[in-house]
Design a protein around this ligand. Structure first.
Ligand code: ZN
Length: 284
């Protein structure tokens, strides 16, 4: 039975800024056997993210006084040991995002668990804190992964079954949505592997704005997901700036980190209203 989601007193809808700091980790995974050509072109596009991209976005967030959630592959945190402490010092949240951004379809359950625990250890060593949340590389999820996230007491932010927090398989889910992800519109690495040219900034702004305006009626969450090397190109950053300005000016907007939403959801006495099962439907 449908029931409106209760946000904190005086809040009508929620906005989370999130960044998946992939950098060059998917490249390292895709080219792990070093058998084909090592495309420097792809590598350099991705490395723009930590050289320039993320700093532009952090400046923007500071200007709007917004703290976000940053999901970082273990390999990226290890190669850039200043990154996690710097994000935490700015009041942002850091969460797990695989080790090499491994794709679920290409690893075993044991390899997934190992990458998760290895990342947890590294984050703890680098920040003195245990990360609170997990976001799956490419937002794929299996029952084993969900059970591991539950075993380690993490929240998840990879699924899309509601547009506000919910529970699935005993895990608190802070949901994502593909249409609110910059990669759908702007990821274009070249070399013939791309499906379509990048969208115009105005098209993406309209989609993100319409979602935010629409969610005011339903009391939902806009989980924006950008990447370190995709949105921070100059023409796209304007889209982010315009959206953040509108969100900031919206009465009753709760702008928070995903971990804050997880805490809020876990504190609700009526949270059982939004409980989902990961059980698959019966086949023929
Ligand atoms: Zn990613």
């Amino acid at each position: 039975m449908h029931q409106p989601y209760p946000w904190p007193e005086g809040k009508r809808a929620a906005f989370v800024f999130s960044m998946d700091v992939d950098s060059d980790s998917p490249w390292a995974w895709i080219n792990r056997d070093r058998s084909g050509p090592l495309y420097l072109s792809h590598l350099e596009q991705r490395r723009f993210g930590l050289r320039e991209g993320i700093w532009r976005v952090l400046d923007l967030l500071e200007r709007f006084d917004i703290r976000g959630s940053f999901y970082v592959p273990g390999a990226v945190a290890e190669a850039h040991p200043y990154l996690l402490p710097r994000l935490i010092a700015g009041g942002h949240e850091v969460g797990l995002h695989g080790w090499f951004h491994e794709f679920v379809t290409e690893i075993s359950d044991a390899e997934f668990s190992e990458a998760l625990e290895r990342s947890l250890d590294l984050f703890h060593r680098q920040t003195g804190q245990r990360p609170r949340g997990f976001r799956s590389p490419a937002w794929e999820m299996t029952p084993h992964m969900l059970a591991e996230v539950q075993r380690l007491g993490l929240y998840d932010s990879s699924l899309s079954g509601f547009d506000h927090p919910y529970q699935i398989g005993g895990v608190t889910e802070i949901p994502v949505q593909w249409a609110m992800d910059d990669a759908v519109y702007w990821k274009f690495l070249g070399g013939g592997g791309d499906l379509a040219p990048p969208f115009a900034p105005a098209q993406v702004l309209e989609i993100w704005q319409q979602e935010w305006r629409g969610l005011q009626d339903f009391g939902g969450l806009l989980m924006l997901t950008v990447h370190d090397y995709i949105t921070p190109r100059a023409h796209r950053l304007k889209v982010l700036e315009t959206l953040l300005a509108e969100v900031r000016e919206t009465p009753g907007a709760w702008i928070a980190r995903a971990c804050d939403l997880a805490d809020w959801h876990n504190s609700l006495s009526e949270k059982h209203h939004w409980q989902a099962s990961p059980t698959a439907p019966a086949g023929p």
